[in-house]
Design a protein around this ligand. Sequence first.
Ligand code: TRP
Length: 335
Amino acid sequence: MAKQRVLTGITTTGTPHLGNYVGALRPAVTASRDESVDSFYFLADYHALIKCQEPEKVRQSTLEIAATWLALGLDTDRVVFYRQSDVPEITQLTWVLTCVAAKGLMNRAHAYKAAVQANEEAGEDPDFAVTMGLFSYPVLMAADILMFNAHKVPVGRDQIQHIEMARDIAARFNHLYGETFVLPEAVIEDQVALLQGTDGRKMSKSYNNTIPLFLPEKQLKKAINKIKTNLLEPGEPKDPDDSTVFQVWAAFADDAETARMRREFENGIAWGEAKKQLFELVNSELAEARERYEALLADPAHVESVLLQGAERAREYSAPLMQKVREAVGIGPLR
Ligand code: TRP
């Protein structure tokens, strides 16, 4: 049997944060060392245009996210690491899939529904400011995944629906045109797939409550100090399960250290002390990678060359499959 393929992408908007790290980057880098799988990692820069129409920000974020993967130790000799826009077959496949994806399926996408609901609550037209990019986002994502016949897609919980849609679209294509695509499955890190942000809601670029992954040490300390807590005094027992500080702790600590902190909470650890320990824990895990990250940011030409080499390898997969897809749907040379 051919090796399992694992694929994951990160949209190039914003700066990677601890939630991305815990939910996606860290498990992905660990998985990339697994010899029994073939891994694909990419920068979803076309996805970025859905949310961000500021070219400089897209560019900067692409550099930052590429540097992040490399700094975290992604082994680019073993895994295929590329930028979505360097693989033209992905957008070609997107169109073909757009022509088999049911509009009704897209109507049910969470991101679209949330936009419509927000509009309705604001008394706007339901589709106010909704672009076709936002609406058909799951089709582009399906193309990312199906283009490499990925079996497994590690994602945060909020992305499960998109993987299901990719399966749906793949099944429909296969049904119409014959077996072409693998049906992908989502893989969720059970423990801490969704990290809370500094305000206690899910850590997300859109809530402005993130802690950037490679903040300089002093700023990391500051950011951790800003995590919202209640007003319980030192000595008063605190509920770990209701605390972002504890939740972030659990995402970085091993089981024994997590159990210890749980007891400290029950014994009334002061918020300041808990945060100090949290900073030390997070900082020790990230400090070395942060140095590599800073060096990479200072050398974009190196990052670029790594990406271009990756795209060449990616196209060894995507070009033949796209050829097969074209033939399957009746596009190609006349014979
Ligand atoms: N939509 C994903 C996110 O916002 C990023 C993404 C794009 C992705 N294409 C993908 C993730 C393909 C996994 C597979 O997090």
